[in-house]
Design a protein around this ligand. Structure first.
Ligand code: NAG
Ligand code: NAG
Length: 251
């Protein structure tokens, strides 16, 4: 009994060792290189997988992107001194893919992904100074609701080879973004003086674009850097031939 049991375990281990293939998560369906609409097939896979991908794939070493922890963000100059710390950004897993392009097999391979999301930034804040004309001072919990944030990431694709096969990599990512609307909720402004706080917050929200001109660039940059790292982790774990059936390695 005992030895049969060991044998079963041993043969399982051997099967695992012999099978060098990475197992794709069950929600990924590989596309076929012979498919006339290959890039449409890849796009559909991205649309299906993005909500799950952004929650992380531990077995492929892809970290969760929801929430994304952000480094401290300081907004300064023009008489305003505002810092967000212990910040995290929620919402990327509810993104909708708004555009996707990939041209595998061409001389210059490129990748472009646009997605749109509503983000909530949760942080501690500390502020002193003025917003345009109004004084502002306080510290406490901050919630920043950024609605309709559309981010486009574009990159050249390069290939590299390791013991598992040939892989893709986003080599030179660039990005741009657009934001429809932002609402700031800075709690405990003016030590909790509600009347002063309400007036100032209302004014800040009417002028959200000025504040976001400074807050959005560092926040979006960190989202893109973290996202590109996760995509490259996925690419480094899964050879192209496992994402695209019939792919002939070129390296
Ligand atoms: C891929 O497409 C080719 C051509 O249509 C077909 O012969 C082949 O069976 C397909 N492979 C798979 C695994 O579906
Ligand atoms: C963002 O929120 C708006 C307003 O609530 C909603 O209409 C829109 O569908 C949301 N967008 C996404 C990508 O979830």
């Amino acid at each position: 009994m005992q030895s049969t049991f060991s044998l079963v375990i041993l043969s399982c281990i051997c099967v695992v060792l012999a099978d060098n293939k990475v197992s794709l998560p069950s929600y990924v369906t590989p596309c076929n290189i012979s498919d006339k609409h290959l890039s449409q097939c890849v796009k559909e896979q991205i649309i299906v997988c993005l909500p799950k991908f952004t929650k992380g794939i531990p077995e492929l070493k892809v970290p969760s992107l929801d929430p994304i922890k952000l480094d401290d963000i300081k907004i300064g100059g023009n008489g305003l001194d505002l810092t967000f710390f212990e910040a995290s950004m929620e919402g990327i897993s509810d993104s909708k893919v708004t555009d996707f392009k990939i041209n595998l097999g061409e001389v210059d391979e490129e990748f472009s992904l646009s997605f749109k999301s509503n983000f909530t930034l949760k942080a501690k804040y500390e502020v002193d100074g003025r917003i345009l004309i109004l004084p502002i001072k306080g510290k406490g919990d901050a919630f920043v609701y950024a609605q309709g944030v559309e981010v486009q990431i574009s990159s050249k694709l390069t290939h590299f080879k390791n013991n598992k096969g040939e892989h893709l990599k986003l080599a030179t990512p660039t990005y741009k973004y657009d934001i429809e609307l932002t609402t700031f909720d800075l709690q405990n402004l003016f030590n909790g003086n509600k009347q002063l706080a309400d007036t100032t917050l209302q004014f800040a929200n009417q002028n959200w674009k000025q504040l976001m001109d400074e807050l959005a660039p560092p926040a979006i940059k960190q989202i893109v850097v973290t996202g590109v790292k996760a995509i490259n982790k996925f690419f480094a774990s899964v050879p192209i031939s496992q994402m695209i059936i019939g792919y002939k390695e070129t390296l």
